[in-house]
Design a protein around this ligand. Structure first.
Ligand code: GRF
Length: 207
């Protein structure tokens, strides 16, 4: 059984979708701990409501980025976590964390990478940029995390149509409902079933 650790900062709708799908689709995985850098993140409440350990680990108390990453690594290593799922985690992770879980961290980005991604693109800004450009299709991407921002190997993508009357908010909502909540659990299932290998910085599906 794949042991998952989740990092969150906000509302946790992706976390909710993952918890629900693990149950309804019998995914061979278990979320063992949900950690947030914000004590009041609603995502922590969602975890507790599902009987999952929910922990606030303060970046401020850790004192430095490096010390914070070491604290997160220790937390998840102590729980023998096999996969780290970033679900709206608003802290950029550096080499200490990424090296400790090499090829074992995944993230979801609310656009079709390589469009509208990189360090300045998060939250509503991603959807504003898509509307400014006038793209007709956007979507979401699940990818492995390496030390570059949104640069790791792509696991799954799903397209969502942009409507003429979309606002950043309406587009954000549809991208979540139609793409993020669908492909994030799917990617976790592929990993839990050992269906993915990374070759030349690309993901290949096997079996
Ligand atoms: C999502 O839009 C996700 O793509 C991005 O952060 C947001 C998290 O939302 N990485 P939620 O906390 O899962 O509701």
């Amino acid at each position: 059984m794949l042991k998952i650790g989740v990092l969150v900062s906000g509302g946790g709708t992706n976390l909710q979708a993952i918890m629900d799908k693990i149950k309804s689709d019998n995914i061979n995985a278990e979320i063992v701990s949900v950690v947030s850098n914000r004590s009041k993140a609603y995502a922590l409440e969602r975890a507790r409501n599902n009987g999952i350990e929910a922990v606030f680990i303060s970046k401020k108390e850790a004192g430095s980025q490096e010390a914070y990453e070491r604290a997160l690594v220790k937390h998840f290593k102590d729980r023998n976590v096999d996969l780290i799922v970033l679900a709206g985690f608003m802290v950029i992770l550096g080499s200490t964390f990424v090296k400790a879980f090499e090829n074992k961290i995944i993230n979801i980005h609310p656009a079709l990478i390589p469009s509208f991604c990189g360090k300045d693109f998060y939250g509503l800004r991603v959807h504003e940029a898509a509307l400014e450009k006038g793209v007709k299709v956007t979507g979401a991407t699940v990818h492995f995390v390496n030390e570059g921002a949104d640069e790791g190997p792509i696991i799954l993508q799903k397209a969502v149509e942009v409507r003429d009357d979309d606002t950043p908010e309406s587009l954000q909502k549809r991208v979540m409902e139609e793409a993020e909540w669908v492909i994030y659990p799917e990617a976790i299932k592929l990993i839990a079933d050992n269906k993915l290998i990374i070759e030349n910085n690309k993901v290949r599906r096997i079996g």
